[in-house]
Design a protein around this ligand. Sequence first.
Ligand SMILES: *Cc1c(COP(=O)(O)O)cnc(C)c1O
Length: 392
Amino acid sequence: MIPSVLPTYARAPLTFVSGEGSWLVDADNRRYLDMGGGIAVNVLGHAHPELVSVLQDQATQLWHTSNLYNIPNQQALADRLVEHTFADTVFVTNSGTESMECCVKMARKYHVENGNPERVNIITFEGSFHGRSLGMISAAGAEKLTKGFGPLLPGFVHLKLGDLADVAAAIDETTAAIMVEPVQGEGGIIPLPDDYMQGLRKLCDDNGLLLILDEIQCGMGRTGKLFAHEWAGITPDIMGIAKGIGGGFPLGACLATEVAAKGMVAGSHGSTYGGNPLACAVGSKVMDIVATPEFLGEVSAKAGRLRQRLEGLVASHPKVFVTVRGSGLMLGIECKVTNMDVVKAGYDEKILTVPGGANVVRLLPPLNISNDDIDEAVARLDQAATAIEATL
Ligand SMILES: *Cc1c(COP(=O)(O)O)cnc(C)c1O
């Protein structure tokens, strides 16, 4: 009999009832070190006192009004995002997928406004992940996402990552935009080199295309900059964010320059819940905490510590691990054994990690994780690896 929850996830047999900082607690009071952070969502850990307080306060005031009226918390969040990024304007959503849908719609509309309605095609890359709507599975194109769900949406051109010449060759008079994750997440923690990002920016500039970045996983301080593209010294025209911005409350946004957003007039796009007072109260507070040089400096320091210790871990378990890669606190350990075996061995040691493409185990911990918890995480991964070695 089908479970009452549609069985689209192969869930681990773990059930958590509370959380505090980088730790999750199950019904039997067992504590697990959460190095997955709800897939890069819990940027400030669990039950952060300031986030709890702002959400509780808002909950007693006003939950929802719709976007038929002004929403001061939405305005406050948009102002913060504009102040700290390339963007001039923001559309607030409830999820990553919706953010990317808005990005694609905006890019197509831009070209229509400019008298180039034939420019509809979006260049995307192998290994990418942009969400689960029909549009976004069509965008990513991977069979594991699309199989059985056709017909897919036309208008996406799928390329291999790595060679700018391939991208240049794929551009023609129907191309609207290039859409890419600066660090691929689901694909297995693949950071794109700075010169590749710069090359994509230049191809867009030279050909009248828009650069759309998907920073849903790699943004919001994850790499030690507020957004990952800052490392390459470039800016996008349009960018989707989500995950970390809500710190656990469902929240996303599509950010854009004034030029790129010029077709998005009243009536052109919308969302019932997007930008609701509860979500935006939390999002503004997350921005206030994360978008400071001190906080981001700490992320880089923590990242350096974790990375260094993981290099040691990999070196001492060559039968289990291959290498560490990533950026900031978005790290992937490529495994020699099956990645899921490492994730499961981690459960036995009470540490949570997330599998990713390319046989990777992802570490996406809270950005405010303590040094002690970092050291504890590596110790537990060491025990997990030792347990796996005993079975080889
Ligand atoms: C998680 C993710 C998405 C989809 O976000 P949802 O909130 O699940 O819709 C899109 N792109 C990237 C890079 C992601 O990591």
